[in-house]
Design a protein. Sequence first.
Length: 180
Amino acid sequence: MLIFGIVGLPIPDEVLLAYIGYNTYIGRLSFAMSIFICFLGAAAGITISYLLGSKLGEPFLRRFGPKIGIKDKTVKRTHRLFEKIGGVLLFVGYFIPGVRHVTAYVAGILNCSYKRFSLFAYAGALVWVIVFISLGHQLGIHWTQVESFFKDFLWMIWLAVIIILFFLWFALRKRQSTRH
């Protein structure tokens, strides 16, 4: 599941990792083996994203980017930013939903060396997996309260997502109509 979540499918990766941590708490899963397997999944997912980015390349981004609002100057600015702090983005990006889904694509598109990519991306994956599995493990006996909290507030999360998507759709539509 983490492979698909990292590549970009809408899978609640942190919740999945925390649940795995809970299962280590109750003894269904081995803590060390869970970290190892989840690390492999996260590393495989981010590697696939990197390879897709490197195969599609910057020409793909320059050709299709303007159609979704990514201008040439944005590509250049992102390239400079990634050269300065790309490693930090790859490492910390795991902890920011949405960011973790694009950092590897950008690294591949911008021809970040695989050695640099793997150093930061895999270190970030390992820390991210350990943090969320440990969190789920530590929640232990309180897991049902966490589950109840998410169930109680899930409708608010979906409402927020729908509102954000509506405003994005409206803004893109308005932007397209001003171009024509």
